[in-house]
Design a protein around this ligand. Structure first.
Ligand SMILES: *Cc1c(COP(=O)(O)O)cnc(C)c1O
Length: 377
């Protein structure tokens, strides 16, 4: 079955006792036991352990990513924290130099405090990453494309190096999504999503998910951790997120087509120093991206020759792009990353990150053209 068909039909059955085609939200926190004191026939006990909306979302996500199991969490960060907490004995953890800020903070503050050594490497150079994986590597964390520089890591090459050294290999698939990239098929052990972004798709529901290639010990430890730490996804959030997943394939196709058109326009603008978008043939990892992605996604970043002031001026001159953090919703957003990264920003001051929405691409290009024109005046 093709992915768009699967996203529509996975875990979608009319409700047995009413025939309702659309899912309902089950808010119950507790479930009646069977007469002998064991769990009810559906196997449910208490909402923190599992609930029908969460189970349906997990079944659909596991099917979409081609995994054995999926687990949903209250946020993307809760999912990452659970996974990192459940790592086996200490050793080395490798993350990208360009990685979601919360992931970097979690690794540097919490994993190091637990005795792990954390190393940051640029994933744009596959050979350098492969060479640094060794017998002491417990986890390789790949975000591809990365935030906010849109580096692309070679999933298949890194998976095979991890397997050689028995390191666990996780791919944060938030930017590309299941619709464009399926890391488990390329050898990843776990796929992570901030479902807050494209899967939710409407900037109105927070969540995170992990999809496991196998039902192994790591999965069991993460499941236990979630149950005891309690950062579960609420039924309403699971319901909204599954609703978003149904239309993911068509939305992301349009996000990616719009982003490519916008990137091609931006590549012609003399005020810009660089346009970071894996769909441009000038991108250093374009060939890898073309091999492992169906299209190049809806995210891009740009840097300005005239520095921070020019970036801020364009961000506030845009009319269709709202200046706000986050990404993956139907509306276009622009963000000056350095401004939101606190006192010691990692991102360059002259960079803007764009989340390209579902507007008409000509309108988005016109808006960028008028905002850039204000720079030269
Ligand atoms: C947003 C994001 C996260 C964190 O997810 P939350 O839902 O905000 O907790 C992790 N990775 C990437 C790539 C993200 O964009």
């Amino acid at each position: 079955m093709k992915l768009s068909t699967l996203l529509v039909h996975a875990a979608a059955e009319p409700q047995a006792h009413t025939g309702a085609v659309a899912d309902s939200i089950v808010l119950s926190t507790t479930y009646q036991h069977a007469a002998d004191g064991t769990r009810a026939p559906a196997g449910l006990e208490y909402q923190r352990e599992a609930h029908p909306n969460g189970v349906a979302l997990e079944r659909a996500l596991a099917a979409a990513e081609g995994g054995a199991e999926a687990l949903c969490f209250a946020s993307g960060m809760a999912a990452i924290a659970a996974l990192m907490q459940a790592l086996p004995e200490p050793g080395e953890v490798i993350i990208g130099t360009d990685v979601y800020q919360g992931t970097r903070t979690l690794a540097l503050e919490f994993l190091q405090a637990k005795g792990f050594r954390v190393r940051a490497i640029a994933y744009s150079d596959t050979a350098a990453v492969v060479a640094s994986i060794n017998a002491d590597t417990r986890l390789l964390w790949l975000e591809t494309p990365s935030n906010p520089l849109l580096h692309v890591g070679d999933i298949a090459a890194l998976a095979s190096a991890c397997h050689t050294h028995k390191a666990l290999f996780v791919v944060d698939n938030t930017f590309a999504t299941t619709a464009l990239q399926r890391p488990l098929a390329l050898g990843a052990d776990v796929v992570m999503h901030s479902t807050t972004k494209y899967i939710g798709g409407h900037s109105d529901v927070m969540g995170g998910a992990l999809v496991f290639a196998r039902r192994d010990d790591w999965f069991e430890r993460v499941l236990h951790f979630r149950h005891i730490h309690g950062a579960v996804m609420a039924p309403f959030n699971a319901w909204l997120t599954l609703r978003g997943l149904r239309t993911l394939a068509v939305r992301v196709e349009r996000h990616a087509a719009n982003a490519l058109a916008v990137a091609e326009f931006l590549a012609t603008c003399p005020a810009l120093e660089q346009v970071n978008y894996p769909g441009l043939s000038s991108h250093p990892n374009h060939a890898v991206a073309a091999r492992q992605m169906r299209a190049f996604g809806g995210m891009l970043s740009i840097t300005f020759k005239r520095g921070r002031e020019a970036a801020l001026q364009v961000a506030s001159a845009l009319r269709l792009f709202t200046n706000a953090t986050s990404l993956g919703g139907f509306e276009s957003l622009v963000e000056h990353r350095a401004s939101v990264e606190g006192p010691n920003p990692v991102t360059a001051q002259n960079l803007l990150r764009l989340s390209i929405g579902l507007e008409d691409p000509e309108d988005l290009i016109d808006d960028l053209r008028q905002a850039l024109a204000q720079l030269s005046s």
